[in-house]
Design a protein around this ligand. Structure first.
Ligand SMILES: CC(C)(COP(=O)(O)OP(=O)(O)OC[C@H]1O[C@@H](n2cnc3c(N)ncnc32)[C@H](O)[C@@H]1OP(=O)(O)O)[C@@H](O)C(=O)NCCC(=O)NCCS
Length: 144
């Protein structure tokens, strides 16, 4: 397996399909709701298997000279719990270090709190509730 930056139409199709299937479809959200206007200025990671099929996705977006945000982390349901999320997270953290970002922030879904804690992120505060039911927590990690 390897992590690529989506460039080809098929990469983008797989990238957004996985985002939709994991982060939107289970809450009956409409097609297209997986896209965000600031995707255009973000860096994207697509984890693919040997045959090029998507296993996971994630996104990094620089908010300020010293801060970037991790968002839209999603692993294919039948591949969750195997440590693949760590690979994408570390890849995005490495890019943030190259940008000389000092702090990474994210909004963690409650079910993903332990995943981010294991990767060194600390809870800052309870934040919004998405789709009327998914509690989020703002988390941060200093990377320098
Ligand atoms: C959160 C996520 C990105 C983590 O990636 P991952 O590769 O699954 O991470 P890990 O292998 O470390 O396992 C994550 C959890 O799945 C659990 N798990 C174990 N076996 C599992 C299985 N067969 N299926 C699903 N989860 C399993 C692990 O115990 C672990 O639980 P914990 O974090 O509460 O301790 C991924 O699970 C995911 O896409 N979840 C759904 C979408 C989501 O919530 N994204 C984050 C938005 S902020």
């Amino acid at each position: 397996m390897k992590i690529i930056a989506p460039t080809q139409p098929d990469d983008w199709a797989q990238y957004y399909r996985l985002r939709y299937e994991v982060l939107r479809q289970p809450w009956q959200q409409p097609a297209g709701s997986e896209r965000s206007p600031d995707d255009a200025t973000a860096t994207h990671a697509l984890l693919v298997d040997e045959s090029g099929k998507a296993l996971g996705v994630g996104r990094l977006h620089q908010h300020a000279p010293e801060e970037a945000q991790i968002r839209f982390m999603a692993i294919r349901p039948d591949q969750q719990g195997k440590g693949l999320g760590n690979l994408i997270l570390k890849h995005l953290e490495d890019i943030a270090r190259q940008w000389q970002v000092k702090q990474l922030t994210l909004q963690a879904r409650e079910n993903a709190l332990n995943f981010y804690r294991r990767n060194g992120y600390k809870e800052i505060e309870k934040s919004h509730v998405l789709f009327g039911e998914i509690q989020h927590y703002k988390m941060a990690k200093d990377i320098i």
